[in-house]
Design a protein around this ligand. Structure first.
Ligand SMILES: [Zn+2]
Ligand SMILES: [Zn+2]
Length: 443
């Protein structure tokens, strides 16, 4: 669900002051093993990119993932959270259980990159045929985590504890579930429901997301809040249809809707403690009417709520229903509000984050930066990080010689991720494992 706006506007990057890695262990096999697996990771990435699948439809991708994991003697469970795959690698020595997560789903986007491994795929989304593209880089996530799985499997004797590989579906939404269908769990929530974190019981989780507009091979992290929450809503305002020349003979739901839209904006500006963070309520669709001279029966609008603070989110979600119904009734209309929770605020555990900075520095020496503010997209990684301490980091995916301010963002039909950045992502996953507290190994 990563949708980056112009990154230079949404954050400033401070260079991290990680001068030494004296606490971290860097077994000499990591770099060599990552180099050895690099071409295979690139090939996997191209294959997955060329055959993208929508959320909950990742059948072939899941098959490829499971087949590779089995080939490396990693225990595999399939159909977790519908099309998800869980791999379990037991190390040669006792120790903690940590999880590494990648998402496998693509987006309903027509690829325009012109890359030799471009997608020409189509898929069915809610009964309609749509083009499909890995426009958020989840192809790179799947390939990088597979690369890390291979490297770790080849060195299992030297791993303390257990590694759980989570390949999840439907991070961006599911092709077979309407976004306002509230009784079906998808993505991370479905993985958690199906025990992805339970057997074996993971005590921490890590994730990496590629982002355009940041240089290849660079890693970015932040302690605490790192991504916004996301909640959707649909409001149906019902009046009474009548002639446009005589509004008093019916009830106008359009005028009531403008009252509701204005009220929602004042909910943020007047009722939220804005010293604690930010919040926005945006209406994305507004549909009503059939002719200029008819006051319609109903208005339907949909929108999204984003915040970077759990309390602000809770306040908005609590105050919105009475506000909407109160304004609707003041205009003598009825309003039905459907709220759908997409993702909580993504929060990186501060202790885990700080303890893993040396591991990041080993993965990308001299190319690690701390973000000084959270980013506006949202991620269902947040559900895992609500259950156990989590760390979600970003990996630059644009060649350094390009103008970072002009490259197409994630979700653009022109979005590309540089193959040269994959090795850093693989290495980050491996370093998360070997440098997890309590597991550090002799160098
Ligand atoms: Zn996305
Ligand atoms: Zn994404």
């Amino acid at each position: 669900m990563i949708r980056f706006i112009n990154p230079s506007l949404c954050l400033t990057v401070l260079t991290t002051l990680v001068a030494t890695c004296s606490q971290a262990a860097d077994p000499d096999w990591v770099d060599t093993a990552v180099v050895a697996v690099n071409q295979e990771v690139i090939d996997l990435r191209h294959t997955i990119h060329q055959h993208p699948e929508l959320g909950n439809m990742e059948f072939k991708t899941a098959e490829l993932v499971a087949e590779r994991l089995r080939a490396w003697n990693i225990e595999v469970r399939t159909q977790v959270g519908k099309t998800g795959v869980v791999g379990v690698l037991k190390g040669g020595q006792p120790g903690p259980v940590v999880a590494l997560r990648a998402d496998m789903d693509a987006l309903p986007v027509m690829e325009m990159t012109g890359l030799p491994f471009s997608s020409k795929a189509t898929g069915i989304r809610l009964g309609k045929s749509v083009p499909v593209m890995h426009a958020c880089g989840h192809d790179t996530h799947t390939a990088m985590l597979l690369g890390a799985a291979k490297v770790l499997a080849e060195h299992r004797d030297q791993i303390r504890g257990t590694v759980v590989f989570l390949f999840q579906p439907a991070e961006e939404g599911a092709a077979d579930v309407d976004e306002f269908q509230t009784d079906t769990l998808i993505g991370a929530q479905a993985m958690i429901r199906d025990g992805a974190l339970d057997s074996p019981k993971a005590e921490a989780i890590f994730g990496v997301h590629v982002m355009a507009g940041y240089p290849t091979g660079h890693l970015y992290y932040k302690s605490g809040t790192v991504l916004n929450s996301s909640d959707s809503f649909r409001i149906t305002v019902k009046g009474q249809q009548t002639h446009g020349s005589a509004p008093w003979s019916g009830v106008d739901p359009i005028v009531a809707s403008q009252g509701i839209i204005g009220g929602l904006q004042t909910l943020v500006s007047r009722r939220i403690d804005l010293t604690q963070g930010m919040g926005v309520i945006s209406i994305g669709t507004l549909n009503a009417g059939s002719a200029a001279n008819i006051i319609p029966e109903t208005v339907e609008m949909t929108g999204t709520i984003r915040t970077n603070n759990a309390d602000i989110r809770e306040t908005i979600l609590k105050k919105m229903p009475p506000l909407v119904s109160g304004i609707a009734s003041a205009y003598e209309t009825d309003a039905k509000l459907l709220l759908v929770n997409k993702a909580p605020v993504t929060t990186n555990d501060p202790t885990l984050t700080e303890s893993m900075v040396p591991a990041l520095e080993l993965a990308a020496p001299g190319k690690v930066a701390r973000l000084d503010s959270s980013l506006s997209p949202s991620e269902d990684f947040s559900y895992y990080a609500q259950k156990i301490p989590g760390l979600f980091v970003f990996l630059g995916a644009t060649p350094a010689d390009q103008d970072m301010r002009k490259v197409p963002n994630n979700h653009s039909p022109y979005f590309t991720a540089d193959d040269a950045t994959l090795a850093t992502g693989v290495k980050a996953h491996v370093q998360f494992v070997v440098n997890y507290p309590g597991r550090r190994q002799p160098g």
